[in-house]
Design a protein around this ligand. Structure first.
Ligand code: ASP
Length: 342
């Protein structure tokens, strides 16, 4: 007889766990442990559902590495007895959180599925029910003895994505996320279809390692035409700065002005890791393709390839926390560790 999967729902906050207060119309978090009263359909699912909620649920705008570690620890503490995890979070920073979790878990062989919603659960037109029910179904899906999914994913509006490939694209539409540089891992239609070709293989023999040193001091520096020397200088000279996600143009291009290149060189010389990611939604950095990126390449800037900014932030904090020696850092960052880059 096959065992009924045990699923743990972790509510961190966000619209999905909120209801509108009648008098004021203000959204407020409800007691998530009563989730089955709000969605009785959950009783029909073929799995055992347990819930745990942040004592004080947060809007995901208040998300921080401290909470990433908190979520990781909940998963770590329940890892042996739980078959699949569903993390409910606000959508605003979900891609950052889900990317961070993907780097925290090495050798993950159980599903960790993030979801949320654009409308609260009590709303007549809510997307919360479908997102939640299907996310649970995905977390409970087995392939013989093994879970179907062994990686951190994000499920939203009928699509299953590799979490560290996602970005939030809409504050209005139900289709709030996209995975511009990587195919979907699955789709929910009449059937739940998985894209087996791109799913990470589950390997039960490898032991889970949880990395929780997420305290680095980093910054995102987005270039724009006319950005001044004073602005770039004051950012790159922040005391104890350890890393920069440099959002460049197109295929990794940046100004060739002397002051700009000198400031980047000075920062690299101070052992600040600078990662070049593109401002474009899709496509990849191609260092050295144009003159406007060849100097950066010569300086040893890290090539972010087709990584998202969200994932680059998480990976940078992760690798700095691992104390990787300067020489190996670039090679490691440019290597796909959890399927986050091609
Ligand atoms: N502001 C909310 C949050 O990210 C929006 C949402 O839940 O989707 O927490």
């Amino acid at each position: 007889m096959t065992k009924i999967p045990n699923i743990l729902l972790i509510y961190t906050g966000g619209t999905i766990g909120m209801v509108k207060e009648h008098k004021t119309n203000v959204l407020k978090a409800f007691n998530f442990n009563n989730i089955k009263e709000k969605i009785p359909e959950l009783n029909l699912l073929d799995c055992i559902i347990q819930t745990v909620s942040f004592k004080e649920p947060i809007d995901s705008s208040n998300m921080s590495p401290k909470y990433w570690v908190k979520i990781a620890e909940i998963i770590e503490n329940h890892y042996d007895e739980i078959d699949g995890f569903v993390i409910l979070s606000g959508t605003d920073t979900m891609s950052y959180t889900a990317s961070a979790l993907s780097f925290m878990f090495e050798n993950l062989n159980k599903p960790v599925i993030f979801t949320g919603s654009q409308l609260p659960i009590g709303d007549l037109r809510t997307d919360a029910k479908e997102n939640l029910i299907t996310a649970i179904q995905i977390a409970a899906t087995r392939d013989g003895d093994l879970p179907k999914i062994g990686e951190v994913c994000l499920y939203f509006e009928y699509k299953l994505y590799r979490a560290n490939r996602t970005t939030k694209i809409s504050a209005e539409q139900f289709e709030a996320f996209n995975s511009p540089n990587f195919p979907e891992l699955g789709e929910s239609g009449v059937h739940l279809n998985f894209n087996n070709r791109v799913l990470k293989k589950v390997n039960k023999n490898k032991k889970l390692v949880v990395r929780k040193n997420f305290e680095a001091s980093i910054v995102i520096l987005k270039l724009f035409p006319g950005i001044s020397e004073q602005v770039v200088k004051s950012i790159l000279e922040i005391e104890n700065l350890q890393g920069v996600v440099l959002e460049t143009y197109g295929g990794g291009n940046a100004p060739t002005l002397n002051w700009f290149l000198n400031l980047i060189q000075k920062a690299i010389d101070k052992n600040i890791f600078i990662v070049n990611v593109s401002q474009c939604i899709s496509g990849s950095v191609l260092l050295g393709h144009y003159e406007t990126s060849s100097k950066l390449k010569q300086m040893g800037i890290v090539d972010g390839k087709d990584i998202t900014t969200e994932s680059a932030v998480a990976k940078l904090i992760y690798l700095i926390g691992e104390n990787i020696p300067q020489k190996e850092f670039k090679v490691l960052f440019e290597t796909s560790l959890r399927g986050e880059m091609n």
